[in-house]
Ligand binder design. Structure first.
Ligand code: ATP
Length: 201
């Protein structure tokens, strides 16, 4: 049977419960055999001033996904280095997993940015683009140009108003981050803060 693979790309700076719930709901709704969490090396469109080192983001992802069936980390963009372009990554993954069906998962905020992505119009021939609802960003209107241009599939998921930005800000201010990230991730982050690690401070 054809393998169905979901891909959730992001900075994961850090990974949080919003990512995990979104990925799980997409896995159920789209009957995905596997979801790959794809941390980018350097985002093309986001500021990377506050981007933590790749090895630290990766460590947090491993901790978050441990014991989560069907979830794994794909570190290809980190290994490739430089600015990460999804179109190049999808081409590489398609030749690795020949014959698989790919579903690239994006939050609404990321989907609204699609026209600015490198070789944006090639994306839909490489993977089905699935937009997951996210609080704070307006859902593309049904029948809109964006939906038609990228063949977007909309998937309504429960809203979890949590972002990596908020977690980084809370850490800086010494506020708790309990329930926003998995326990194992919380432990690593609090330890890194406590040790005045240059990663966090
Ligand atoms: P930051 O606050 O640093 O911009 P982020 O919380 O948006 O980070 P990313 O790693 O950039 O996290 O997100 C990866 C992908 O997951 C994006 O497509 C994003 O839209 C989606 N995503 C992130 N948080 C949520 C959420 N709470 N609900 C649904 N999708 C989300």
């Amino acid at each position: 049977m054809t393998k169905r693979i979901g891909i959730l790309g992001g900075t994961f700076n850090p990974v949080h419960v919003g990512h995990l719930l979104a990925a799980r709901r997409a896995q159920e709704a789209l009957r995905l055999d596997q979801v790959l969490f794809l941390p980018c090396n350097r985002p093309a469109l986001k500021s990377h001033e506050s981007l933590w080192p790749a090895a630290f983001r990766l460590k947090l992802l491993w901790a978050a996904l441990k014991g989560q069936p069907g979830f794994s980390v794909e570190d290809l963009e980190l290994k490739r280095g430089g600015v990460s372009y999804t179109v190049e990554t999808l081409e590489a993954l398609r030749s690795r997993y020949r014959g698989a069906d790919f579903f690239f998962l994006l939050g609404t905020d990321a989907a609204l940015d699609l026209p600015r992505w490198k070789r944006a119009d090639d994306l839909k021939s490489l993977a089905r683009l699935v937009v997951l609802t996210r609080p704070g960003a307006q859902f593309p209107v049904p029948g809109s140009r964006l939906i038609k241009r990228f063949g977007l599939q909309m998937l309504q998921i429960p809203s979890l108003e949590v972002s990596s930005t908020e977690i980084r800000n809370r850490l800086k201010q010494g506020h708790p981050i309990a329930w926003m990230v998995p326990r194992a991730v919380e432990g690593i982050l609090l330890k890194a803060c406590g040790s005045k690690s240059p990663v966090i401070k």
